[in-house]
Design a protein around this ligand. Structure first.
Ligand SMILES: Cc1cc2nc3c(=O)[nH]c(=O)nc-3n(C[C@H](O)[C@H](O)[C@H](O)COP(=O)(O)OP(=O)(O)OC[C@H]3O[C@@H](n4cnc5c(N)ncnc54)[C@H](O)[C@@H]3O)c2cc1C
Length: 351
């Protein structure tokens, strides 16, 4: 859409699937509020589906000024054609200035199509958003060339300025049940005839994953060599009360769920401690772990690039080192509990 008419508002696509685990919409509302303040406008969240009005209150409690709801049985399941049609109509009617979505599998599939439909640009996987106070344009920071460079993208001539943003980059605002907002039910254009007919869906059983918030993340890569060895990574993460991450080859081999992929096309994490095992340190992977405070790498090749960014490197075979590490940790945890029990007995004996 040519930027020749006045435009208004910061819009955020409300990705309410797995709502309590997927916090990206809430994170975007917090950032959207900052942008809206500079632009002297409002934050609107768009929610599509069936029985989704329940999410509207959740979004206003996290800072949304307005929630636009499309309730329709035909929107029960996400379908790219339908979602594009509904939101494109809303954009044409209301001309928002900015439209953001999380860089989830959802946002990554449907935002490019939507951007094409409304004739505007799209920056994918942004890690920073600011408004240029002089021009009012959105400065969209996104990794380029496999994360080697950071590019600043500006959509100066078209509106809306569209971007997908990685989960975990921004911090959500606290839930405030007293906050109020306007909930609108605008006209929707649900086309009955779709080229793809969804007959049903079944939720995949995956272990709960809290990667973006985890204080400890243990990552397994191709060097582990087998699913059995990858299980040891999960065990290590469990002992450290952390989460498991994976590189793309580990996901492709079926050792880990895709939700645990880290990197350019996966998640970005910011733990206090990250242990990277059997990973070479490819740029596309390390793009997701720059936020880690301390990195320990285990690799049998002393020249592996991962050692350049690691704070501590262990050169050795993971099949030898991992069992040793697990044994040492279990012993430490056991001693800690024994000490704890002994001290409780001493305290209660003395009382
Ligand atoms: C457009 C694009 C996007 C991509 N996005 C991503 C992404 O988001 N995330 C991602 O992870 N990848 C991504 N990739 C793939 C990426 O380029 C790398 O191929 C991948 O990260 C490598 O994974 P790895 O380190 O597990 O495997 P490898 O590069 O094969 O490294 C395995 C390492 O294990 C070591 N090793 C082998 N055996 C042992 C052992 N017994 N003990 C200890 N060490 C051992 C080896 O020395 C080696 O360094 C992307 C690629 C492209 C082209």
């Amino acid at each position: 859409m040519e930027h020749n008419r006045s435009t208004d508002g910061v819009w955020i696509f409300g990705d309410c699937r797995n709502h309590f685990q997927n916090r990206v919409t809430l994170q975007l509302i917090a950032k959207g509020k900052e942008l809206a303040e500079t632009l002297n406008t409002e934050v609107t969240v768009l929610v599509l589906g069936e029985q989704v009005h329940q999410y509207a209150m959740e979004y206003t409690a996290h800072g949304a000024d307005v929630v636009m709801v499309a309730e329709h049985p035909g929107l029960k399941y996400y379908q790219v054609e339908m979602y594009t049609a509904v939101i494109a109509r809303w954009i044409e009617a209301s001309k928002p200035d900015i439209l953001l979505a999380g860089a989830t599998s959802f946002g990554r599939e449907f935002f490019p199509r939507l951007a094409k439909r409304v004739h505007t640009g799209l920056s994918a996987d942004c890690i920073g958003l600011e408004v240029d106070p002089e021009t009012g344009n959105l400065l969209q920071t996104t990794p380029a060339f496999g994360g080697e460079l950071l590019a600043e993208v500006v959509t100066s001539r078209h509106r809306p300025q569209m971007a997908t943003v990685r989960p975990g980059v921004f911090q959500e605002l606290q839930h405030n049940s007293k906050a109020t907002g306007r909930i609108l039910y605008p006209e929707i254009d649900v086309q009955p005839e779709q080229r793809v007919q969804l007959l049903g869906s079944q939720r995949q059983q995956v272990r709960k994953n809290n990667l973006e918030e985890a204080q400890v993340v243990v990552v397994g890569g191709r060097g582990l060599g087998s699913k059995e060895q990858f299980e040891l990574v999960s065990e290590l993460a469990e002992l450290l009360e952390g989460e498991v991450g994976a590189t793309r080859p580990a996901v492709l081999a079926g050792w880990s769920e895709e939700e645990r992929l880290l990197g350019q096309t996966g998640k970005a994490v910011k733990p206090k401690l990250l242990i990277s095992i059997g990973t070479s340190g490819a740029l596309q992977y390390t793009a997701g772990i720059h936020g880690a405070e301390t990195i320990i790498a285990i690799n049998r090749d002393p020249r592996a690039p991962i050692f350049k960014m690691a704070d501590l490197g262990l050169v050795g075979d993971s099949t030898t080192l991992l069992p040793l590490l697990l044994e040492a940790l279990r012993k430490r945890i056991k001693n800690h509990y024994l000490e704890h029990i002994a001290s409780s007995v001493r305290t209660s004996g003395g009382a």
